[in-house]
Design a protein around this ligand. Structure first.
Ligand code: COA
Length: 330
């Protein structure tokens, strides 16, 4: 009987804005077509946050409130809350503390992790350390992004891809062998040239010129990011499986970052993974950056069984990438 304490996901909950931005809507905004978007990305629609004065923290707060209700916890029980995001409410302070304030998590401390589309993997692995080493018993990890706040809706290279959303998981200690088994996180800062927001940071503070030059939006060299994403996700999935003596037959689910359907199928092909084992919701939500992985877990929650071997993988700006291997706990 295993006795090692592991951090297990004991609940997941998501929140999405009601407003849908469909491919047909985008056809009216930029030179594109439903056919192009579906065949090149797999995306049919994405959600856009339109509620006045709402931001990333509000989507995150709704996801966490739902999570607490569902798992029967009070806000005061949370020890630590981590928000993975690239669209913090403000440059400072962090969004996590704002979320704690909005949900009344008075005993928690929080911080943000900015690892772009890999943010949830980084935050999950970080949060798990506090549980595994018995520092804390209730850690909430949120992936939340309001990508519509940094997307240029005149740039067809990016505006068709991204959407808004948030989802949260609760991490608790488990001694039954379930929970996070292993993870591999990687980074390569030289990739910043290919995927970034040019202005608004200390390198190039906001000015009239940066606004006029449309430099406060996400920018990418999509083709080159694509190649790195397939290589990075496949490599870390294979490595984490190899060192845990898993073949693809031992894995019940692969949860890939929902960046592009062609990236996902390519990763699955390299891993010899049948698509029935691959979680997908890119058609409905597009790329919600840090939220894609927990949103997938939330969408597929009813299909998961205790003990299922699950590999989560992502690639994003930084560059950042990695894979997490966990055994589902309920
Ligand atoms: N509608 C119609 N045409 C479009 C378009 C759109 N929305 N966006 C780009 N195009 C055009 C390009 O301008 C280009 O035209 P040109 O040949 O006249 O220059 C043509 O389509 C092909 O563009 P290309 O960039 O080669 O397309 P692609 O097949 O690589 O697909 C992405 C573009 C962005 C969908 C793809 O590269 C991708 O998903 N990359 C990964 C990006 C990503 O996931 N980033 C998030 C972080 S993980």
């Amino acid at each position: 009987m295993p006795t090692k304490i592991r951090a297990a996901i004991t609940g997941v909950h998501g929140w999405l804005p009601e407003t849908k931005l469909t491919n047909l809507d985008l056809e009216k905004m930029v030179e594109t077509s439903d056919e192009w978007i579906v065949s090149r990305t797999g995306i049919k629609e994405r959600r856009i946050l339109k509620t006045p004065n709402w931001a990333t923290s509000d989507m995150a707060a709704e996801a966490v409130k739902g999570l607490l209700e569902k798992t029967g916890h009070k806000p005061g029980e949370i020890d630590l809350l981590i928000v993975a995001t690239v669209t913090a409410d403000m440059v400072f302070p962090d969004t996590a503390n704002t979320v704690c304030d909005k949900i009344g998590a008075k005993n928690a401390f929080g911080f943000d992790i900015n690892a772009a589309c890999s943010g949830f993997l980084y935050a999950l692995s970080t949060g798990a350390q506090f549980v595994q080493n018995e520092t804390y018993k209730k850690v909430v990890v949120v992936g939340a992004d309001m990508m519509s706040s940094i997307i240029d809706y005149t740039d067809r290279n990016t505006c068709v891809i991204f959407g808004d959303g948030a989802a949260a998981v609760l991490l608790e200690p488990r001694k039954d062998g379930t929970g996070i088994q292993d993870f591999i996180l990687r980074g390569d800062g030289s990739g910043r040239e290919l995927l970034h927001m040019k202005a608004g940071g200390s390198l190039k503070p906001a000015s009239l010129e940066t606004v006029m030059a449309r430099e406060h939006y996400a920018w990418q060299d999509g083709k080159r990011v694509f190649v790195h994403a397939v290589k990075g996700m496949t490599g870390t999935c294979e490595e984490v499986m190899r060192r845990n003596h898993l073949t693809i037959d031992d894995v019940q689910w692969v949860v890939p970052h929902q960046a592009n359907m062609r990236i996902i199928t390519s990763v699955a092909e390299h891993m010899n993974c049948p698509m029935e084992k691959v979680m997908l919701n890119i058609d409905k939500y597009g790329n919600t950056t840090a939220a894609t992985l927990p949103l997938c877990l939330w969408d597929y929650e009813s299909k998961l069984k205790k003990g299922d071997n699950i590999i989560l993988t992502a690639f994003g700006g930084g560059f950042t990438w990695g894979a997490v291997y966990l055994k589902w706990a309920y």
